[in-house]
Design a protein around this ligand. Structure first.
Ligand code: GTR
Length: 423
């Protein structure tokens, strides 16, 4: 038996190393394969969709079902907030311009329990504030040097530059990602910020026994079924539950909550925006493969590579499309179209080839016909705009100079666009 296991592990290792070698990422536009992009306005049965009603009654549900069953995974039930507690609050945050609240949301099911914390900053001079909501990668205390932010004790990925070596967060990383969170700019513009450490909802590792999934398990179950959620859908679920809380907070205008995410958390933000239409607008920052980028271009990160490197992100059924993008009856432009008619911003970075900026742009371009059904202005031009030259309609796009990150430039655009779209 042992020999068989060793042999199996050895073959898997050789197979994976071989595949990593053979399937080198492509960064050459001339080597992008020819592909047919499914028409967002034609049903799987070939029926042309001409009205909002046909879109909402026929096409939208079948696309949503496809992405649920084959890409992000279905949530095997419902789970509302069992209780919440404002564990800390102050009227004197961000140079006295903001209120701060830290709210612990608790969920109970099948005798198990999970809690996660929302850090909320709200402008003091606004009665009911619109709010940007998004996850952070290394704990709420990293988004600002504010000494009152509680440090999470949840598992974290290690990161040398943050001084995280034993999967534990601590004081050392307080404020370490403040550059990615323009909190003061948001407050000055009249917006609040809600942020959550994603590791409290589901630790980002290939282990489906920790995090929120386990609350739904039947006895002895260790992993979700092939069509069920893994980490990305779990993170999206958490955003919706945080919105449930925001709906109860009298200081928040819950009809103006903009869901934001960077990279893997941009994938989660898009899926949250698709599955929960209460989010008033959606922002995808450098979300790449499995986010805004078209999979069929196979540029930079591919479906095979993402499923191989992060087997816990998408549902198991998505693995059928590893190195098999041709068989996908959808592409990510259809995911973006599911957000219509709500405002949607897709942003790329020039040096972030791994996330395929052109694929992100084209995806938004090809989602435009659905926005047009609602008489909303999408992105008609098939040519990408110049670097640092945002196009801001109901759908918006920019590609800025620099690398895979969230910068002040990005936030300045998001704030300006959100103001124009929501007020
Ligand atoms: C990369 C991954 C991307 C993106 C990124 C991130 O390793 O390949 O899909 O999600 O991580 O989240 O920073």
């Amino acid at each position: 038996m042992r020999k068989i296991i060793v042999l199996f592990m050895l073959t898997t290792f050789i197979h994976n190393s071989f595949a990593q070698f053979v399937f080198q990422p492509n960064y050459d536009e001339n080597k992008v394969p020819q592909f047919v992009l499914p028409n967002v306005l034609e049903t799987f049965n070939g029926k042309e969709v001409k009205t909002v009603k046909e879109w909402e009654d026929e096409r939208r549900p079948e696309l949503l079902d496809f992405f649920t069953q084959n890409v992000y995974g279905e949530i095997p039930g419902k789970l509302a907030i069992t209780s919440f507690e404002i564990v800390e609050q102050s009227n004197d945050a961000i140079e006295g311009k903001a209120k701060r609240k830290q709210i612990e949301l608790t969920f109970e099911k099948n005798g198990k329990e999970l809690s996660f914390n929302v850090l909320l900053y709200l402008p003091k001079n606004v009665i009911k504030a619109p709010v940007f909501i998004g996850y952070n990668f290394y704990g709420n205390h990293t988004v600002s040097s504010d000494t009152q932010i509680i440090v999470s004790d949840a598992w974290s990925r290690n990161n040398d530059s943050y001084g995280i070596t034993n999967n534990q967060l601590d004081e050392q990383s307080r404020g370490a990602s403040a550059n990615s969170w323009a909190v003061e700019k948001m407050i000055d513009a009249g917006f609040g910020l809600a942020t959550i450490y994603y590791g409290e909802v589901d630790p980002d590792k290939n282990d489906m026994t920790d995090g929120i999934h386990s609350l739904f398990y039947t006895e002895g179950q260790k992993a979700p079924a092939n069509n069920e959620w893994r980490s990305i859908a779990a993170w999206s679920w958490g955003l919706s539950r945080a919105l449930d809380y925001l709906e109860m907070d009298a200081d928040v205008d819950a009809s103006k909550v903009i869901v934001f995410g960077h990279s893997r958390l941009g994938k989660a933000a898009l899926w949250a925006g698709v599955t929960d239409q209460r989010f008033a607008a959606v922002i995808s920052n450098n979300s790449g493969c499995g986010g805004a980028a078209l999979s069929k271009r196979k540029f930079g990160e591919t479906v095979w590579r993402i499923n191989n490197n992060f087997p816990h992100w998408f549902c198991d059924n998505f693995k059928r499309y590893s190195n098999n993008e041709e068989q996908l009856p959808v592409d990510q432009h259809a995911l973006l179209a599911l957000i219509a008619p709500r405002p949607l911003y897709v942003a790329s970075a020039e040096d972030d080839e791994w996330a395929d900026p052109r694929g992100e742009f084209l995806s938004l371009h090809y989602a435009t016909p659905v926005y047009q059904l609602y008489n909303k202005e999408g992105i008609k031009n098939i040519e990408m705009p110049g670097i640092n030259q945002p196009i801001q309609n109901t759908t918006a796009y920019h590609i800025r100079t620099g690398k895979h990150a969230v910068t002040d430039f990005d936030w300045e655009q998001y704030i300006k666009w959100a103001k124009a779209q929501l007020f």
